[in-house]
Design a binder for this molecule. Structure first.
Ligand SMILES: NC(=O)C1=CN([C@@H]2O[C@H](COP(=O)(O)OP(=O)(O)OC[C@H]3O[C@@H](n4cnc5c(N)ncnc54)[C@H](OP(=O)(O)O)[C@@H]3O)[C@@H](O)[C@H]2O)C=CC1
Ligand SMILES: O=CC(=O)O
Length: 330
């Protein structure tokens, strides 16, 4: 029997490709980065499975892929799936939860520490030769904010949120507030966390971490009125998706001193535009969407995605089908 044809939109580790080749006829993008949209659409006529981490996977793409049965994303977030269009076409969508939780949580703690203790700003200061006698420097010029024993508010307390909570509460003795649509009693017990409304969380927290998925409900979730409620001494950390924030409102909050600083792994437009004012602010730590970017975790994600793909193509239920498309496999 012939193997199903799949297309892989970015370079994946050799061992993952070797596993896929046992089950599928694979073609992989061989350039740097990912193919252009037109380049991708031109590859899909015979393809039954797509391994990717970007999109959009929408009606236009599905129309160019008449044999497509599964799209396996090498990511936990799947806002690049048009789940309605996929459902209408019967195309299964899968993702890679759990395997990246600790790695992303490490990064969020790094952003909290780096922004509060001004690490990139002061690193630049030292390397520029500005740390010198006679410059009139005072102790206060180097002061930051303590992370330990501060109050952390997590908006979107899910898998990654819990991994952040563990580090913050057990490692840094932080007090924890969280806001979700629904309460998590076990989380409350484990981390002495208090569930609260969004407004109270914003008013009480020294660090506000946004960790929700990007959905129609969370689009521009953080707006001017929310930054206005935060403490002037507080830091805002976003590792969810850039579009969960009204970025202009964030820029203004930082420019006006409404909040003290920010740590951002994600932006409204990615790659971030070079003239984005956030890039000029010393009190903002910026990263190129690297939450899960370690070799080990990216390998685990790619292997999880490969198993999801192979299982779906073989007619077995993949381990991680996104919730909106589970009815296709049940
Ligand atoms: N920067 C990076 O590199 C990475 C970013 N991410 C992003 O992180 C997101 C979260 O991942 P993960 O923790 O695995 O997801 P989970 O689904 O486990 O957690 C998300 C939490 O958000 C809450 N939530 C969802 N909608 C809302 C809402 N409208 N208001 C308040 N809370 C809400 C959910 O609780 P409830 O349903 O009760 O509301 C849920 O507990 C991903 O979707 C992705 O976008 C993930 C990995 C890496
Ligand atoms: O942003 C990364 C993801 O896995 O989602």
């Amino acid at each position: 029997m012939s193997k199903p044809k799949i297309y892989i939109t970015k370079k994946i580790p050799d061992e993952v490709l070797a596993f896929l080749e046992q089950h599928c006829e694979c073609r992989m993008w061989d350039g740097r980065g990912t193919p252009s949209r037109e380049g991708l659409l031109g590859q899909l006529a015979e393809v039954e499975g797509l391994l990717t981490s970007s999109g959009p996977i929408d009606g236009e793409l599905l129309a160019r892929a008449p044999k497509l049965r599964v799209v396996s994303s090498i990511s936990v977030g799947y806002n690049h799936f048009d789940t309605e269009a996929m459902k209408a076409r019967g195309v299964i969508g899968t993702n890679t939860p759990y395997v990246l939780d600790d790695t992303v949580a490490d990064l969020v703690l790094s952003l909290m520490l780096a922004s509060a203790r001004r690490i990139p700003e002061l690193d630049h200061f030292v390397k520029q030769g500005m740390w010198k006698k006679g410059a009139g420097l005072t102790d206060e010029d180097f002061f930051g904010l303590d992370v330990h024993h501060a109050t952390l508010g997590i908006i979107g307390m899910g898998r990654i949120g819990e991994a952040i909570a563990k580090r913050a509460v057990h490692g840094f003795d932080m007090k924890l507030l969280y806001h979700n649509r629904s309460r998590r009693p076990e989380t409350e017990e484990r981390f002495h966390a208090r569930f609260c409304g969004l407004e109270e969380l914003l008013e009480q927290s020294d660090f506000v971490v946004l960790m929700t998925p990007l959905t129609p409900e969370t689009q521009r979730f953080m707006r001017k009125e929310h930054f206005d409620r935060m403490k002037r001494s507080a830091f805002f950390i976003n590792a969810s998706r850039g579009q969960t924030v009204d970025e202009q409102a964030l820029i203004e909050a930082l420019q006006n001193g409404t909040i003290r600083g920010a740590g951002l792994d994600v932006f409204d437009t990615e790659p971030v535009q070079p003239d984005n004012p956030l890039l000029q602010m010393p009190n903002v730590v910026t990263l190129p969407h690297i939450g899960s970017a370690t070799a080990k975790t990216r390998l685990d994600m790619a292997m999880t995605a490969a198993h999801n793909l192979v299982d779906a193509l073989a007619g077995r239920k993949p381990q991680y089908v996104v919730s909106e498309l589970r009815s296709l496999v049940e």
